[in-house]
Design a binder for this molecule. Structure first.
Ligand code: GLN
Length: 462
């Protein structure tokens, strides 16, 4: 059998598996279009790449030549990008197949994939629950076994939180590790493309392919692609910090048990485990929900019905055209973010909100430097305060929804690499443990994750 027929078989099998997962509403690409494109891609893909024939699903806010890029929004319905995001181009060059576009909260704004203009994504095993968000479609497809890996994006935890809810691995690299070219901007100083995999290795090898310099993104560091570490025998010599602020009294008892068990496993593997303090942690969510909407309000100004997507017409003048397009094209959560963002940036409020938030952001970064300067290599925490919640449960109260990002949004604010690894179940629902690493030291973080993944009983009740 030739290599091309191997890839075509892999493409057909992937299309079948994705079709079987239809009930999850995880994919926005029509299955017929997907199947046809997958087979075509498989016929033309260059053999010999490290991801040869591997189907990788792509979050719908990452531009691809194949398939529409709607960002889960009506305002970009039918939009087709004239170029591939750099991460997608790198995947293709490594032989991967673009396995369709996945459902997400509109423009990445949400924690449950309920804020999509195309309906909510269902949790892969519990249909009354959410898969997390905003990259919930990518997480659900990987968890359902439809694809071995998928790309998501992170502005404030949107890969790690759904990875934790769905029981898979999710990695957010250091800010600047992966090019943002072709990732539709939400909060430009926070955004990074991240990766989902069913194992640390699958996620890590996709991350290594998409990482590295890109002349098209000035915020992407001029570094060689990430080199994958080998799986360590043990964690001798590792110092792992456990920040006490991430274990509040009201932490879900099942999540706490799973984390305590994982910490015991890390010790058995030879790591030295120390309690540490990140004292500004309580300010992370309020800071994030000022900085992210501020940047979003500016980034989303470009959707006005003139250059992209549909135009909600019939307006007498240009201002009315903007109003009707933006009024009808954006969903409620996106409108809320734009309002918050313009408010915190407006004259008279800027100093009280936006400037203050930037100052607190610097303090959050200092917290981590203090811990790492004292010899700690990595921090370990729960990824989320609870397991996957019920659909509808947090829709009426946006602040409750925002609080599900409490342990994940800090890494985006400070630019550090972080990842979620499955560490057990509570009443059948997955729990994720989070590692936060040092700038551009993804390899150390991956070593610890490899070791933990091998030793922790991830599918057992904690
Ligand atoms: N849930 C967060 C928000 O709604 C994070 C989103 C993200 O990381 N894209 O903003």
């Amino acid at each position: 059998m030739t290599e091309a027929t191997d890839a075509v078989q892999s493409a057909r099998a992937a299309a079948d598996r994705i079709a079987k997962a239809k009930r999850l509403n995880a994919l926005l690409t029509p299955i017929k279009e997907l199947r046809k494109s997958l087979v075509q891609q498989a016929q033309t893909v260059h053999p010999g790449g490290v991801l040869y024939g591997m189907p990788v699903a792509i979050k719908d806010n990452i531009c691809t030549l194949e398939f529409e890029t709607s960002c889960g929004s009506k305002i970009l319905e039918g939009y087709r990008s004239p170029f591939d995001a750099t991460a997608v181009a790198k995947l293709k060059a490594a032989g991967a197949l673009v396995a369709g576009k996945t459902n997400c909260d509109e423009f990445g704004m949400g924690s449950s994939t309920e804020h999509s203009a195309y309906g909510r994504t269902i949790h892969p095993t519990e249909k009354t629950r959410v898969p997390g968000g905003s990259s919930g479609g990518s997480a659900a497809l990987v968890a359902a076994g439809a694809v071995p890996a998928a790309l998501g994006s992170e502005t404030g935890g949107s890969v790690r939180q759904p990875a934790s809810f769905c029981g898979i691995v999710g990695i957010k690299p250091t800010y600047g590790r992966v090019s943002r070219y072709g990732l539709v901007a939400f909060g430009s100083s926070l955004d990074q493309i991240g990766v989902f995999g069913r194992s640390v290795h699958d996620a890590a090898r996709v991350l290594s392919v998409i990482s590295g310099r890109d002349p098209k993104d000035a915020t992407c560091e001029g570094r060689d692609p990430l080199r994958l570490p080998t799986v360590p025998e043990n964690l001798d010599g590792f110092v792992i910090g456990i920040p006490k602020e991430y274990f509040p009294p009201d932490l879900d008892p099942g999540v706490r048990r799973a984390c305590e068990r994982a910490i015991r496993v890390l010790k058995e593997l030879g790591a030295a485990v120390r309690e540490v303090s990140l004292p500004h942690t309580p300010y992370a969510v309020p800071t994030y929900y000022i900085v992210a909407p501020a940047e979003a309000s500016s980034n989303l100004a470009r959707y006005d019905g003139v250059r992209y997507g549909p135009r909600f017409d019939g307006a007498p003048d240009v201002a009315a055209l903007y109003r009707s397009t933006r009024g009808q094209g954006f969903g409620a959560e996106v409108r809320r973010r734009i309002l918050i963002g313009t408010y915190v940036l407006s004259s008279g409020y800027y100093d009280a909100y936006y400037r203050k938030a930037q100052q607190v952001r610097a303090l959050l970064a200092q917290d981590f430097r203090n811990v790492f300067d004292r010899g700690v290599d990595l921090v370990f925490t729960p990824t989320t305060p609870t397991t996957a919640f019920k659909a509808g449960e947090k829709l009426a109260d946006p602040v409750q929804m925002y609080l599900s990002d409490i342990f994940v949004c800090t890494a985006n604010l400070v630019g550090l690499p972080a990842m979620s690894v499955p560490i057990g179940r509570v009443k059948g629902l997955p729990v994720g443990g989070q590692f936060i690493g040092q700038t551009f030291l993804e390899d150390e973080m991956l070593e610890a994750a490899y070791a933990l993944e091998r030793a922790v009983p991830a599918v057992e009740e904690a």
